[in-house]
Design a binder for this molecule. Structure first.
Ligand code: SF4
Length: 511
């Protein structure tokens, strides 16, 4: 199996694939050896990655020149090529638990038969043949599944709100508009296991009484879009979408809508306006989308990772899912590990795993023996957590208590050389660029904050500026219309809280 996710593709896995295919043909081994393209294995830092079955041997950093050796030594003669094996493999995977990523790196995402062979669409069959919509709603509520895209709202409660609405038209939407810098969890699920999302959306449609769904996905994710399109076509051919699904009395169809890269379109009301063909701008809530959403009809919106959990919950039961994680944060969470960390990549761990375990046991620690300084969780909406809190169990509530947030799962690690004021400025520049401009606290306020931060980083700020910066940040949080503006000050506030001395080192004391 060759990883053909975006990470390994960009480091040359397609060439490895071509080389392997050529050797199979040259040696007439078509009936004995098959090259399968998969989604992401997770250990992106060591790509391109190749996995050899049935021995289960992972080779990393494989260049086209290494393929000949793997072919001659391992495939033709059964001798493992030790020099291409990763020293990190065992540590990287041993503390992980893969639910949302269960099929990533295990199946060919462009082949529905492989998804079915690994239990795919069994949950849908069970739902349609054996369960009432109320049973499905109860199952999701009991599982404790919370939204993996940001706020952590209970998915089953959201579904129940939409199910309770009397309307002939309802919609199921999937938010695949993953825009946080450094985040690639949803992209990887769509690239590696698109059918799990399709299956979950049909189940959600049945539960709330919807017959149409939309996947809103970034156009900047060409591989994900292509694999999702192939998966939709196959699902239609297999009678899993359209009229009378699986020969049973339920109709549901799905379409893809491409987002043009505006970060604000990850906000639910802006996303729905964009699907409707309007400019993607948030609106005030209530009414919430479960009551009045897409085209003014009851709508649920879940992100890719949330949905990828659903078929497993149906098959294994809500008790199984709720037995994983912490009291208020059930199941697992996928994180994209990036920045100053040895094992850059994609990890999935039970909620409650500590930051130390993620960064050191799985992530392999900080490169070049440097000291860990902080980690930004939750992208531009989250905050920086300092090294003092490295033993914090990661779940929704403990991150909020540290004035950060889970967000969608980006984790950018910083070492002792990182200037925290620069980091805050980087995230603020991002939100200033991405503000849709609809409300003044965000449109004008974040710009003023950026001007103040620029003054501070240029050594022209004062201690009074720090107080003003903090005041303005709190006012923007209170006054902004949508989540983008309400959370935009978080990186500044959290760095001011944990690294105020660094800000003070930049300013002149005129008091
Ligand atoms: Fe637009 Fe920002 Fe206001 Fe949200 S908070 S509506 S992104 S201007």
């Amino acid at each position: 199996m060759t990883c053909c996710g975006t990470g390994c593709t960009s480091s040359g896995s397609l060439k490895d694939r071509e080389r392997l295919a050529a050797l199979i043909e040259r040696d007439n081994m078509q009936d004995k050896v098959r090259v399968v393209k998969t989604g992401c294995f997770g250990l992106c830092a060591e790509g391109p990655i190749i996995m050899i079955f049935p021995e289960n041997i992972m080779y990393t950093n494989v260049g086209p020149d290494d393929i000949n050796e793997i072919w001659e030594s391992h495939i033709m003669n059964g001798h493992i090529v030790e020099r291409l094996r990763s020293e990190n493999e065992l540590d990287f995977f041993s503390k992980q638990m893969r639910i949302a990523l269960r099929n990533c790196g295990r199946i060919d995402p462009e082949n529905i038969d492989e998804y079915i062979a690994f239990g795919g669409y069994e949950a849908l069959e069970k739902v349609l043949a054996e369960m009432d919509p109320e049973d499905v709603l109860e199952t999701i509520k009991k599982s404790g599944l919370r939204g993996r895209g940001g706020g952590g709202f209970p998915a089953g409660v959201k579904w129940q709100f939409a199910a309770d609405q009397k309307s002939r038209e309802k919609y199921v939407c999937c938010n695949a508009d993953e825009g946080d810098p450094g985040a690639f969890m949803d992209r990887s699920v769509l690239e590696g296991d698109p059918h799990s999302v399709i299956e979950a959306m049909i189940i959600a449609g049945y539960a709330i009484g919807a017959h149409q769904g939309y996947v809103y996905v970034r156009a900047e994710y060409p591989i994900a879009v292509e694999r999702l399109s192939i998966a939709l076509k196959q699902a239609k051919e297999y009678g899993l979408l359209g009229k009378d699904i699986l020969g049973l009395d339920f109709d549901f169809d799905l379409e893809i809508r491409l987002g043009a890269g505006a970060f604000v379109c990850g906000e639910e009301t802006a996303l729905m306006r964009s699907i409707e063909g309007n400019r993607g701008e948030p609106r005030t809530k209530p009414p919430f989308p479960a009551v009045k959403g897409l085209f003014g009809k009851p709508t649920i919106l879940n992100n890719v990772e949330t949905l990828a959990n659903v078929p497993q919950i149906i098959m294994n039961g809500p008790e199984w899912f709720s037995s994983i994680g912490t009291e208020k944060s059930k199941g697992t969470k996928v994180f994209a590990l990036g920045g100053k960390i040895n094992n850059t990549g994609l990890v999935e761990v039970p909620m409650g795993t500590t930051l130390r375990e993620i960064l050191y046991d799985i992530g392999g620690g900080i490169p070049n023996g440097k000291k860990f300084k902080a980690v930004q969780t939750g992208g531009p909406s989250g905050g920086c957590i300092s090294a003092d809190y490295i033993d914090t169990p990661i779940d929704y509530d403990s991150l909020l208590a540290l004035e950060s947030m889970m967000g969608s799962g980006g984790m950018i690690v910083m070492d002792e050389d990182t200037c925290m004021v620069d980091i805050a400025k980087f995230y603020l520049e991002f939100t200033v660029d991405e503000s849709c401009g609809k409300c003044p606290p965000c449109r004008i306020g974040t710009k003023r904050m950026l001007e103040m931060l620029t003054k501070i980083t240029e050594g022209e700020g004062t201690l009074e500026d720090l107080d003003e910066l903090e005041d303005l940040a709190h006012n923007i949080k209170k006054g902004a219309l949508c989540g983008l503006g309400q959370t935009a000050p978080n990186p500044v506030l959290s760095t001011l809280k944990y690294f105020r001395d660094e800000y003070e080192a930049h300013v002149v004391d005129k008091r």
